[in-house]
Design a protein around this ligand. Structure first.
Ligand code: NAD
Ligand code: UDP
Length: 309
């Protein structure tokens, strides 16, 4: 198949491109390199089945495709808040451009949606039926509301133009090639631990997240794309339901990296979700999706990657 991966030079996208190439697909990666890096694609450059095109999705792009994995969007709070209007444009105009491409070519399109559509959730764990608790005026809104309208666009192009859509709601994902400077908790804590410096906890560290290793996420995204069952046009939570507090995460990373530093506390961030954990029963039942890499093993691999890079 000819597969377009938008945001393919980013963390998740570069792993996805590599996995798709292993199965003899022709992969076209479209990326403006705003938060992604060409280095992430180094092992793929030179492969005759792979093409990299530097392009900003806010502008339309014309090509043929059988599948479109639409991942392009800054993902960390630091990155998406650094240029919030651009984040909204990427989600609205970028998604419309890719849906237009899918409509014209008949390609199936998968949106990399997010657990952030649930905002600071009042229901725990979060099933796909939960409509969320999002502050549309807050500092996270450019991303949260951007991803919510992206889902709306997906659904309307499906209803109105019969585009064959898939919607993944991705929960916190980590692994090698995360950017070291984008402020995400796993990379922040690993870099601190490797320098034997104290991890900084925003607030009291009792807020929770559920972390999914990259290989499990790539497997889930691919299963969802090729799923043809009755719920195929509905959203799917993808993530690892093992929930930990940020404080516990800091302790584990510090120990696994062999550091001895103690955490320090910084002011809590506005609208920081207090708890987050996916209900993955839909993905388990329909896709046989079951994360295989536990937190300690995934963290060990990620720490090792940061150590050597
Ligand atoms: P990333 O920042 O590493 O990758 C995003 C990629 O999109 C980058 O390569 C960037 O250069 C590219 N991009 C951004 N705006 C673009 C534009 N206008 N035109 C073309 N390219 C553009 O982030 P990631 O962690 O790999 O996330 C990938 C996708 O998964 C994003 O859509 C994100 O919202 C979603 N997601 C990620 C997580 C996570 O924990 N990593 C969680 C939920 C959702
Ligand atoms: N966090 C923290 N210290 C850091 C970075 C993040 O305590 O150095 C917290 C942050 O406040 C949030 C959680 O860790 O509660 C996850 O943050 P991240 O930015 O990785 O992702 P998101 O908030 O989008 O889940």
């Amino acid at each position: 198949m000819r597969i377009l991966v938008t945001g393919g030079a980013g963390f998740i996208g570069s792993h996805l491109c590599a996995a798709l190439l292993q199965e003899k697909n022709y992969v076209v990666c479209l990326d403006n390199l705003s938060t992604g890096r060409i280095d992430n694609l180094a092992p793929l450059i030179g492969n005759p089945q792979f093409e990299f095109i530097q392009h900003d999705l806010i502008q339309p792009y014309v090509t043929e495709a059988d599948r479109v994995y639409h991942l392009a969007c800054p993902a960390s709070p630091v990155a998406y808040r650094s240029n919030p209007v651009r984040t909204v444009k990427t989600n609205v105009l970028g998604t419309m451009n890719m849906l237009g491409l899918a409509r014209r070519t008949g390609a199936r399109i998968l949106l990399a949606g997010t657990s952030e559509v649930y905002g600071d959730p009042k229901v725990h764990p979060q099933p796909e039926s939960y409509l969320g608790n999002v502050n549309q005026l807050g500092p996270r809104a450019c991303y949260d509301e951007g991803k919510r309208i992206a889902e709306t666009l997906m659904m309307e192009y499906h209803r109105e133009h019969k585009v064959d859509i898939r919607i993944a709601r991705i929960f916190n994902t980590y692994g090698p090639r995360m950017q070291g400077d984008d402020g995400r908790v796993v990379s922040n804590f690993i870099l601190k631990a490797l320098g034997n410096k104290p991890p900084e906890l925003y607030g009291d560290g009792t807020q929770s997240r559920s972390f999914c290793y990259i290989d499990d996420m790539v497997a889930g995204l691919r299963s969802l794309m090729e799923y043809t069952g009755p719920l195929r046009h509905e959203p799917f939570n993808l993530g690892n339901p093992h929930e930990v507090t940020v404080r516990e995460l800091a302790a584990r990373i510090t120990a696994l990296a062999g550091a001895t530093s103690q955490p320090v506390f910084k002011p809590a961030q506005q609208d920081d979700p207090a708890r987050r954990c996916p209900d993955i029963s839909r993905a388990y039942k329909e896709l046989a999706f079951e994360p295989r890499i536990g937190l300690d093993e995934g963290l060990r691999r990620t720490i090792e990657w940061f150590r050597t890079h």
